[in-house]
Design a protein around this ligand. Structure first.
Ligand code: THU
Length: 147
């Protein structure tokens, strides 16, 4: 079983930038049904940061999570070879919420050893972990047999 490697540290200024951008993204959230405003900021290994927010729909199951929106945007803007260095997730509610299972799998596709930083609302203490810790032994594309 492959074990997650230790992610490279992130400079404090970079962490602060990620927090700010994830929070701005959360402020843009379209979440009239849950009122749960989430923003994600992806730090790519090419040094750029790409953000996304959750976008809900009256047909609830069509909702897109912030992490998924950010990944779709990152691939659109930077191409299929993107790799994640870090993922910051901010929500404007009180507790730092963990990414859902679907988002863990979506993020792991692009770097399961990336750092994950979870920011609760205003002034709350961030929690730091890795994607590999949250989703050990993720399903990987190498197992798919190609014709
Ligand atoms: N949500 C996210 O954006 N990311 C997650 O990982 C979990 C949930 C959003 C979806 C929905 O708009 C709201 O939070 C409540 O579930």
């Amino acid at each position: 079983m492959p074990s997650a490697t230790k992610p490279a540290p992130i400079a404090p200024a970079e962490l602060e930038r990620l927090r700010q951008l994830a929070t701005i993204a959360a402020e843009h959230s379209y979440s009239p049904y849950s009122g749960f405003r989430v923003g994600a900021a992806l730090l790519l290994t090419n040094g750029t940061i790409v953000t996304g927010c959750n976008v809900e729909n009256a047909s609830y199951r069509l909702t897109s999570c912030a992490e998924q929106a950010a990944i779709a945007r990152a691939v659109t803007e930077h191409g299929p070879d993107i790799r994640l260095h870090a993922v910051a997730v901010a929500n404007l509610n009180d507790a730092a919420s963990m990414p859902c299972g679907a988002c863990r799998q979506t993020l792991a596709e692009f770097g399961s050893d990336s750092t994950l930083i979870l920011y609760p609302g205003e002034g709350g203490r961030p929690e730091q972990t890795t994607l590999g810790e949250l989703l050990p032994n993720a399903f990987r594309g190498e197992f798919i047999q190609k014709n």
